[in-house]
Design a protein around this ligand. Structure first.
Ligand code: NAD
Length: 254
């Protein structure tokens, strides 16, 4: 059995993970944490992870970037692997996550879907070929109107995958409204659209002369992310200090 503490359990993703875990016979949520009150569905709820008495094999977090310090403190103290799925971390928070991973196992992925992991590998392998052939790189992401951070963590994850395959640095450009100049070739444009209930669309566009290559990923339901988090929990049980990501889960599953 893989026992989980679920942080952000009252939110949309928290409830998706609750449902995904209930559909397995080897993953069990033993406690939930959320600053909102209510009935999470079959397990005790705490407003702070430090109050949580239950022991777990992993913490899954789908709350918010602001919760990271209390999660890192809990992870360090109890040596419970942390699966950080929230997005919108600042550079300082990312630095603290890196530091804490010397003491406790930390999994972080801005996108928990299998498809995005495979897409990242494809981009890393092919970006340089397309960029050297003169293709300009643009990423367009679309999400529901409740999403607070922009661009999405996934758009940045895809941009990082592209960057890791390029020989030189391409700065990320989020806003051209204050620029009045021709687009330089060596940059990655990232644009965000918010509206309706879109679970998550990402298009990576390589625009060349007279031809365009587009790699697209569509999440049709947030359930894909919950399923990925449950897979990650199985993978993280018993792991020692260090950084882990969805790539490792995908590799372990094939
Ligand atoms: N990695 C992925 O694949 C992936 C997929 C979907 C969403 N997300 C991210 O997960 C997070 C949650 O998304 P959501 O759609 O479920 O949001 P949501 O607003 O529906 O839920 C967040 C929940 O966390 C709780 N919360 C917020 N701050 C907290 C804190 N400091 N301590 C305890 N509880 C706190 C809120 O009360 C709420 O119940 C966001 O950062 C989102 O971008 C990541």
């Amino acid at each position: 059995m893989v026992n989980i503490i679920l942080s952000g359990c009252m939110g949309h993703m928290g409830q998706m993970v609750t449902k995904a875990a209930s559909q397995t016979d080897d993953v069990k949520i033993v406690a939930g944490v959320d600053k909102a009150s209510g009935d999470p569905g079959g397990y005790p709820l705490y407003d702070d992870i430090s109050k949580c008495a239950e022991k777990a094999d992993a913490v899954i977090d789908f709350s918010a970037a602001a919760a990271v310090d209390s999660l890192l403190e809990y992870g360090r103290k109890t040596k419970t692997p942390l699966i950080l799925c929230a997005t919108g971390y600042s550079d300082e928070q990312l630095q603290r996550i890196e530091e804490a991973s010397k003491d406790v196992a930390i999994f972080r992925s801005a996108n928990m879907s299998f498809g995005i992991s495979v897409l990242s590998q494809i981009l890393k392998k092919n970006a340089a070929k397309l960029a050297e052939a003169g293709f300009d790189i643009e990423i367009l992401e679309k999400h529901h109107n409740l999403k607070k951070d922009a661009p999405s963590g996934t758009a940045l994850l895809l941009a990082d995958a592209i960057s890791s395959g390029l020989d030189e640095e391409y700065p990320y450009v989020y806003d051209r409204s204050k620029r009045s100049e021709k687009r330089p070739h060596n940059e990655i444009g990232i644009s965000a659209i918010r509206g309706g209930t879109i679970p998550g669309d990402h298009d990576v566009i390589f625009a060349g002369e007279d031809e365009v290559v587009t790699f697209s990923h569509r999440a049709y339901s947030k359930a894909v992310f919950a399923k990925g988090a449950v897979q990650a929990a199985r993978f993280m049980k018993g792991k020692g200090p260090g950084r882990y990501d969805m790539q490792a889960v995908v590799e372990a599953s094939v």
